[in-house]
Design a binder for this molecule. Structure first.
Ligand code: GRF
Length: 208
C-alpha cells in the first residue's frame, strides 16, 4: 500500500486480512513521509515498511524511479493507495497499469482533488460518499470500480461528514479488494468485469 497519513484505511484492510475476509498478503507499506502514523500501524502488524521522502532525492524523476524499483521488488498483484499525497507520473502509472487503485472520499466524478466533503456541504448535496477507482495520470479520474453512498445530515460539519465517510471507506476498500482477490472483479485493458459482466457503472456497496 502507498500511504502518507493516518492509515485508517490501512488498518481496515489489515483487519479484513486478519478476519479471513480478505485473502491477500500485505507485502509492504510505502510512505513518502517518515512521520506518517500509518507506518506505525503497519509495523505493529508485522508488515514491512519503507520510506521514500522526495527530499532525499535530487528530483522528482529520481524519486519516482526509486519508488518503481521498490514496487517491482515487491512483485505486487495490486497496489492500493490510501491518502497517498503524491501524484504518480504517466510512466509509473503505465508500468503498473490496472494494478494501481485509489480511494477518494467523494462520489466521483464529483469533487476530485482537495476538500471534497467541504465542497459537497457547500453545494447542499443530500448525499456524499467514497469511490475506489483505478489510478491514471489525471488525479481522481481513472475508471471507477465501486462506491458507497453516505447520507449528509442538515447539522453536518465538515468534520462530521469526514468521519462518517471514513467509516464507509473502511467498509468499501476491503470489500473491493476482496472482490478483486476472489477474481469476481477483473480489470482488463479495455473494461472492468464483475462476475463476467462488463461493468457499466461502479459497483454500489451499502452503507450501514
Ligand atoms: C481517506 O479519506 C482517503 O479516501 C483519502 O485520504 C484519506 C486517507 O485516510 N484519499 P487514512 O490515512 O486512510 O486514514
Amino acid at each position: 500500500m502507498l500511504v502518507s497519513g493516518t492509515g485508517s484505511n490501512l488498518q481496515a484492510i489489515i483487519a479484513a486480512i486478519h478476519s479471513g475476509q480478505l485473502l491477500l498478503d500485505l507485502v509492504a507499506v510505502v510512505s513518502d513521509r517518515a512521520n506518517a502514523p500509518a507506518l506505525g500501524h503497519a509495523h505493529r502488524n508485522g508488515v514491512p515498511t519503507f520510506v521514500l521522502e522526495p527530499r532525499a532525492f535530487p528530483n522528482r524523476t529520481a524519486w519516482e524511479s526509486a519508488l518503481c524499483e521498490l514496487l517491482d521488488d515487491c512483485h505486487p498483484d495490486l497496489i492500493a493507495l490510501a491518502g497517498f499525497m503524491r501524484i504518480l507520473g504517466p510512466d509509473t502509472v503505465g508500468r503498473f497499469a490496472r494494478r494501481l487503485l485509489n480511494i477518494h472520499p467523494s462520489l466521483l466524478p464529483r469533487y476530485p482533488g482537495l476538500h471534497p466533503h467541504r465542497r459537497a456541504l457547500e453545494q447542499g448535496d443530500p448525499e456524499h460518499g467514497a469511490t475506489v477507482h483505478l489510478v491514471t495520470p489525471e488525479v481522481d479520474a481513472g475508471p471507477r470500480l465501486a462506491r458507497i453512498r453516505v447520507p449528509v445530515r442538515p447539522s453536518d460539519t465538515e468534520e462530521a461528514l469526514i468521519e462518517r465517510t471514513k467509516r464507509a471507506e473502511h467498509r468499501l476498500y476491503p470489500a473491493v479488494l476482496t472482490e478483486l482477490a476472489r477474481g469476481h472483479l477483473v480489470v482488463t485493458p479495455d473494461a472492468v468485469f464483475w462476475n463476467g459482466v462488463r461493468l457499466e457503472s461502479p459497483l454500489e456497496f451499502p452503507f450501514s
